[in-house]
Design a protein around this ligand. Sequence first.
Ligand code: NAD
Ligand code: DAU
Length: 334
Amino acid sequence: MLVTGGAGFIGSNLVRFLRRERPDWTVVNLDKLTYAGNAESLSDLREDPKHVFVHGDIAEAKLIDRVLREHAVEAVLNLAAESHVDRSILGPAIFVETNIAGTQVLLDCARQAGVKRFVQVSTDEVYGSLGATGQFTESSPLRPSSPYSASKAAADLLVLAYGHTFAMDVIVTRCSNNYGPYQFPEKLIPLMIANALEGKKLPVYGDGRQVRDWIHVEDHCRALLLALEKGRSGEVYNVGSDNEWPNLQIVTRLLQVLGKGRELIEHVKDRPGHDRRYAIDASKARSELGWTPRIGFAEGLQATIDWYLQNRGWWERVRTGEYRSYYERNYGSR
Ligand code: NAD
Ligand code: DAU
């Protein structure tokens, strides 16, 4: 198994999940360790002989080819990506390089090495924005609104085209907003928790009434494993747990649980092109894959808040930038 982007938020949760659920599998984890990659998120797997970490870029064909052949990789789960919408507005180029060109390199290498299945981990953002009602299905038109989502949509189309043209066994999953442990504190929930704990303002974009459909990262990981094992080749599977919340309500709830006052909320300039509402119809994953989310929002959010409280060092080292030297400190001398 090759997991790319395994030092990121979902990737590190997925690697841990796969090691637990499929203990016989060797998981090769290839990650470029961009600002979003954090080797410390994998520190508990350091002595695990069935977790092999490779520091590298999905866009480097020679390296990918060597890794696929050396480890006789049977399946690829591609999570490596630039993932933050705001950064894609400030600098779109790297989103094209990694999310589109990188995925294409990975596809070529997987094809040449005879990889049996390629799972592309994508996002509901490729569908664009909804009005007050309705949900995205797999046949909703692709209407990405940010450079990030446009790059993800392009990658989805490349993956499906490789399936069609070269008879590769490919699957695309499109999940809604994830939350849980090890999420980089630039994303809404961990950013608000960290700011509240440090007594800083909580920047809410625009009126804060934008709606996101939240899913616990472990439920997403379970859907990815099911898609890998049971998905039909060439298909797209939406993943989401029918859990829509306006941003302002999420922020207010976090403040309540943390015992902080609403005066910390600060409405700031809206994100350009901000999608108003996402909602996912995951009935295909439920009926075809037998997937069902297991973690309720009240329970999952509380566990997530507890994790950030108990692992203050993890996100403080991210905020100070100290985490960037973790890899060198831990692996440099080996
Ligand atoms: P993340 O930003 O936390 O992690 C991305 C990881 O990819 C990092 O470890 C980074 O170092 C690595 N990476 C970046 N460029 C790379 C490259 N060129 N080669 C190798 N590694 C590289 O992102 P995340 O939130 O964990 O998202 C993972 C995937 O899931 C992404 O593809 C994203 O589009 C998708 N997704 C995310 C969500 C969500 O809510 N977070 C929802 C649906 C889909
Ligand atoms: O829907 C899936 C997507 O969810 C993934 O594909 C992306 O990789 C992931 O980053 C996430 O995208 P969003 O843009 O929805 O997530 P983010 O956490 O950045 O923002 C969630 C909402 O909160 C969004 O409406 C913007 C708002 N927001 C965000 C930040 C960082 C704020 O109001 N203030 C903020 O400071």
